[in-house]
Design a protein around this ligand. Structure first.
Ligand code: UD1
Ligand code: UDP
Length: 377
């Protein structure tokens, strides 16, 4: 079997590495296509190095652009590679423009798509990611839903065939790398931090960065936090903060440390040792519950409601009072802290990548890995 992987951003590299590893363990070298949606060293190459993905067969250098520009250019370039290489299946992960481009280009060439992390829904169609998720799921033959909740979302949209609940490969990634991070990373020493003596913050979502009003609310929250804050800044947010003069404002705050985006080992180590996490990232919400660190999500909805139901994550939006209320409770109410920190991980046992490969190989051997004319038979 000849599988092709299409990825282009930081979280896709992290979450697909375990699936690529699982293929390699069975003696199959997948074809690797990097769209180049993320291109800074800190957003791409560092992860390829740390996760030992040394072979990129095609680097498409799509880069940044408007939604249609980036998606369209990626589609055009991916189509050419798929036409030349004719893989048996295309794997994509998540909800980025790279995913949408990969899924559309592939299915139209009648090359079946396997969507890793299928069925997530924020039920907010103003997010570019929500549109990408819905369309990618509907273009896919094999849908790897991380949880039962995700499977139900697909069922609600009429997708029942080809759906497999397999857990989320983020657990594989954390389990495969947390110990290495503990041993290899010296980020705590580098930043002069004590375990559990700081909050880790990330924010890059379009809804939080593109709107000046929201970005100002975020900065106000960060300035008011009663704990040391480490904030590795996504390049999108860095540009916005600098253009609005807010970067300097944050730099002046003694309790705030701004850094470049960090490699996976440093980030995992920081996350594991953080007192709490504040984030609008999908992957970071998942990792905190896996690492037993309470998470406050700087959004009004989440496509990871399992984390909220389990009690490890609270949606605080950009409401300063709400954020402060929860931060104070986490810092002063030990019982409450323990309850959040001990919430059960809903994303599986860390063997999701292996399971996906088993399923794909079985479908392939049975001759069932193909684009079907209808899902509804
Ligand atoms: C994208 C995904 C988002 C995901 C995130 C992971 C879409 C629509 N969004 O958001 O779902 O959570 O990746 O991090 O696909 N930039 C750089 N260097 C880089 C990459 C980006 O400077 O290496 C800057 C550029 O100014 C670019 C901006 O960041 O315009 C946004 O990048 P883009 O890839 O469009 O979206 P992300 O915000 O990264
Ligand atoms: N991450 C990282 N360095 C950072 C910030 C995040 O390695 O400076 C990792 C994090 O551990 C998680 C992933 O990047 O696995 C999340 O990516 P991101 O927040 O960019 O995207 P999302 O998950 O929201 O799509």
């Amino acid at each position: 079997m000849k599988p092709a992987f299409v990825f282009g951003t930081r979280p896709e590299i992290i979450k697909l590495a375990p699936v690529i590893r699982a293929f390699e363990k069975r003696g199959i070298e997948p074809l690797i296509i990097h769209t180049g949606q993320h291109y800074d060293y800190e957003m791409s190459q560092v992860f390829l190095e740390e996760l030992e993905l040394h072979k990129i067969d095609y680097h498409l250098e799509v880069g940044s652009g408007t939604q249609a520009n980036q998606t369209g250019l990626a589609m055009i370039k991916i189509e050419k590679v798929l036409m030349d290489e004719k893989p048996d299946v295309t794997l994509v992960q998540g909800d980025t423009n790279t995913v949408l481009a990969g899924a559309l280009a592939s299915v139209k060439l009648k090359i079946p798509v396997a969507h890793v992390e299928a069925g997530l829904r924020s039920f907010d169609r103003t997010m570019p990611e929500e549109i990408n998720r819905i369309l990618a799921d509907h273009a896919s033959e094999v849908l790897f839903a991380p949880t039962e909740e995700a499977r139900k979302n697909l069922e609600r949209e009429g997708i029942v065939e080809g759906v497999y609940v397999v857990g989320n490969t983020i657990v594989d990634a954390v389990l495969q790398n947390a110990e290495v991070a503990e041993r290899k990373s010296n980020i705590l020493e580098k930043l002069g931090l004590k375990p559990k003596g700081y909050a880790l913050l990330t924010a890059h979502r379009a809804e939080n960065t593109d709107s000046e009003e929201n970005l100002r609310k975020l900065v106000d929250i960060i300035k008011s936090l009663p704990i040391k804050v480490i904030y590795p800044v996504h390049p999108r947010t860095e540009k916005r903060l600098k253009s609005l003069g807010l970067w300097e404002e944050l730099e002046r705050e003694e309790h705030v440390t701004l850094t470049k985006p960090l490699g996976y080992l440093d980030f995992l180590k920081l996350q594991k040792n953080a007192k709490l996490v504040l984030t609008d990232s999908g992957g970071v919400q998942e990792e905190s519950i896996i690492l037993d660190v309470p998470c406050l999500t700087l959004r009004y909805n989440t496509e990871r409601p399992e984390t909220v139901k389990a009690g490890g994550n609270v949606l605080v939006g950009l409401e300063k009072d709400r954020v402060m209320h929860y931060v104070e409770r986490l810092l002063n109410d030990e019982e409450f802290y323990k309850k959040m920190a001990n919430a059960e991980n809903p994303f599986g046992d860390g063997k999701s990548g292996e399971r996906m490969v088993d399923i794909l190989l079985e479908l392939y051997e049975k001759g069932e890995l193909k684009v079907k004319s209808s899902r509804f038979i």
